[in-house]
Design a protein around this ligand. Structure first.
Ligand code: TUI
Length: 315
């Protein structure tokens, strides 16, 4: 049985948490992942607080197991979303795109575990000045808004720099990846892109198919010139953004072009002109399957790799 410190910390069976992806990670997906023994997470993204509350209540109707909410700290609704999380006594809160410092006292008062996502050693260290329970160290292989370092380089450096548990994100989609990040000193992995292709995920079939069809080099980084690079699948929109960047069009114009594009892809299924956020692992995802099957496969392969990877050849 693959159990780590993370299982104890979050009261889950397997050291796997599901990425809190905006629009994609609804109550249905979070409940399925938690019910299967991982930690399901609702992605609050830019959603208003009442929508987040509905998703939380959906999960509670399906499962009694712990689950989390990911709060995107740049959301205009962040204060109200945090209030809902406190009222609903959510067990785990992960945060992205900023510093959750000012919310930590209230979250701790309800016993929530607080786990910020960080892309660098400096930010990981800054988070430890607050009462956070762990950090998710996210490498540049991940989908969506990303930092600079790869998971391979980032995890051991953050593990060495902080004395709280480190969860790895970015580039993990199967048991080999989970075994690899455990070897780097992480206590578990966050998996995003593979769960987009879970049966229980509400993403449009076109979005899932785009990931399933993607090859190794299709998840590219655009909008570097804006200072907020995004990893997404190549399409008509990414070509338009690249052209604008070559022509030195202002970052405001480029950012304006991106507004509403994630919803356009995830909900409307427009994978040509919408933003299809996905990690580099898109190239290794070959089918839609249930969240329980994904977790069972990740766990079985990781156990096998960890048992057999040290069998050295006798010469
Ligand atoms: O948050 C992410 N990735 C995301 S959020 C997102 S939501 C969205 N985006 C565009 C359109 C619609 C919805 C999509 N992808 N990853 C976690 C992450 N956090 N990466 C980097 C950071 C981060 C950055 C700065 C964490 C902390 C931080 O601190 C800054 C400070 O000043 O403390």
């Amino acid at each position: 049985m693959i159990r780590t410190e993370l299982c104890k910390l979050l009261d889950i069976e397997y050291p796997i948490i599901q990425g809190g992806m905006a629009w994609v990670a609804t109550g249905e997906l979070a409940a399925a992942v938690s019910e299967a023994g991982g930690l399901g997470i609702i992605g609050a993204g830019n959603a208003p607080a009442d929508v987040v509350r509905e998703e939380i209540q959906k999960v509670k109707e399906i499962t009694d197991k712990p689950f989390g909410v990911n709060v995107m700290l740049l959301s205009p609704h962040v204060d109200q979303v945090m209030e809902v999380i406190v009222e609903e006594e959510v067990a785990v809160v992960t945060t992205g795109a900023g510093n959750p410092g000012k919310y930590i006292k209230d979250l701790k008062a309800i016993g929530a575990k607080v786990i910020p996502v960080v892309p660098s050693v400096a930010l990981a260290k800054r988070m430890t000045r607050f009462d956070v329970d762990a950090v998710i160290a996210e490498g540049n292989e991940a989908g969506g808004h990303i930092g600079q370092l790869t998971t391979m380089a980032l995890i051991p450096q953050i593990v060495d720099a902080v004395d709280i548990p480190v969860i790895a994100a970015g580039g993990v989609a199967d048991g080999r990846g989970l075994a690899a990040v455990l070897s780097l000193g992480a206590v578990g992995a966050q998996i995003g892109t593979r769960f987009v292709c879970a049966t229980e995920c509400i993403a449009h079939d076109n979005y899932k198919e785009a990931i399933i069809k993607a090859k190794d080099r299709d998840a590219i980084v655009t909008a570097r010139s804006t200072g907020h690079p995004v990893r997404n699948l190549k399409n008509k929109l990414t070509r338009q953004i690249e052209k604008m960047e070559q022509e030195n069009i202002s970052k405001e114009k480029i950012e304006e072009l991106g507004i509403g594009r994630l919803q356009q892809a995830v909900i409307d299924g427009d994978v040509d002109e919408g933003t299809v956020m996905a990690g580099q692992v898109a190239g290794m995802i070959s089918k839609e399957e249930s969240a329980a099957d994904i977790i069972a496969d990740v766990v079985a392969v990781a156990e096998d790799v960890l048992e057999t990877s040290c069998e050295l050849i006798e010469e």
